[in-house]
Ligand binder design. Structure first.
Ligand SMILES: *[C@@H]1O[C@H](CO)[C@@H](O)[C@H](O)[C@H]1NC(C)=O
Ligand SMILES: *[C@@H]1O[C@H](CO)[C@@H](O)[C@H](O)[C@H]1NC(C)=O
Ligand SMILES: *[C@@H]1O[C@H](CO)[C@@H](O)[C@H](O)[C@H]1NC(C)=O
Length: 318
């Protein structure tokens, strides 16, 4: 019974009747209220799980109270909310008031974080491959549309959460539907969600599904690191300076090697040449040394850091 309900509710969500709510893991979430629910009517919020329906909260005199396992995270009041979400909160909920029922599909998503300097550009990653199976790709900020790509026409329409400065990555052919900002302004930070849609209803998520855009608080001009991890940012700075030291070390080693090669090998070659009267090229040795130095520089170059870093390195599904 519960399973059938779950399947049906997913269908309803897809044809955009039930309500779809998405949130980043750990963030609070507010459940929608049933409209025009009389204050004295009792209400009930339940989670539909595989083989049962478990109560989440009850409504008395217009106020929601969490029950059972939800008592520690549920907030008393109206509308009902969790003060933080856990991964297993993803799923279907039934919201009842009087005789009416309403279905809510909650997605708890793993967020990536993109920290940029104010005024700088940003790229919020989103990839999707089976684009031929969907009608559109939509970027939302919170629950509001930023822009939507019509896959068949290639047309992009802008929503209320756009100020017209965002655009879509031009690399759609490579599965890249990232959201681009030319200049990140103070009003831009927030949680951005990338979903794929059919007839306007969400059918799935891009990869990653969500990115939290932040403006770096202390602009670090000396080391233009693209990545600032929320936890342990000092560690990453330390790692970076170590890398720089290593680079300097590599350079010194290369220089010393080149000098040694020149001082020891070059005279040996000259001697050999003297004795054997061969036409062995002395210069090649020197050039090889320089070639290695170039290689060292290439290898020593820090790789362009990924523009986003997983807050949690877990796969995100649904
Ligand atoms: C709701 O119930 C309270 C007490 O039971 C009653 O005083 C109040 O009039 C009721 N309100 C409505 C709108 O029915
Ligand atoms: C929020 O959750 C924490 C535990 O995660 C709990 O200690 C706290 O009491 C909760 N606050 C409210 C208002 O429910
Ligand atoms: C997307 O483009 C196609 C082809 O131009 C059009 O038929 C369709 O109505 C468009 N879809 C939306 C949602 O605008």
């Amino acid at each position: 019974m519960a399973l059938i309900l779950q399947v049906v509710a997913i269908m309803i969500c897809l044809i955009s009747f039930g309500e779809c709510v998405h949130v980043l893991l750990g963030d609070p979430v507010t459940f929608p209220e049933i409209e025009n629910c009389p204050i004295n009517d009792s209400g009930k919020l339940s989670k539909v799980e595989n083989h049962r329906i478990s109560p989440v909260a009850v409504r008395e005199r217009g106020v929601w109270k969490p029950v059972g396992n939800y008592e520690d995270r549920g907030i008393h009041g109206a509308p009902f909310a969790f003060n933080s979400t856990v991964y297993t909160d993803t799923g279907l909920y039934e919201l009842g008031c009087g005789g009416r029922e309403h279905t809510i599909h909650l997605s708890v998503l793993i967020g990536f974080e993109e920290s940029v300097s104010e005024g700088g550009p940003a790229k919020l990653l989103c990839y999707y491959t089976k684009v031929q199976h969907v009608h559109s790709i939509r970027w939302e900020k919170g629950q509001e549309t930023v822009l939507e790509l019509n896959v068949s026409s290639g047309e992009v329409t802008y929503g209320p959460a756009s100020d017209g400065t965002q655009s879509l990555s031009p690399d759609g052919k490579l599965g890249d539907y990232s959201l681009l900002f030319n200049r990140v302004l103070p009003e831009h930070p927030g949680d951005y969600f990338c979903s794929v849609r059919t007839n306007g209803a969400r059918q799935g998520w891009g990869d990653p599904a969500a990115v939290r855009l932040r403006i770096r608080s202390s602009p670090d001009r000396t080391t233009p690191t693209e990545v600032v991890e929320e936890v342990g940012s000092t560690t990453s700075t330390e790692t970076k300076s170590t890398t720089e030291e290593e680079q300097i070390g590599t350079w010194a080693a290369v220089a010393i090697t080149a000098a040694v090669v020149f001082v020891i090998v070059a005279p040996s070659v000259l001697l050999l040449r003297w004795f054997l009267k061969s036409t062995c090229s002395r210069t090649r040795t020197t050039y090889r040394g320089e070639g290695n130095a170039d290689e060292g520089l290439l290898n020593g170059n820090p790789l362009k850091p990924m523009s986003a870093l997983a807050l949690k390195s877990k796969d995100n599904h649904i």
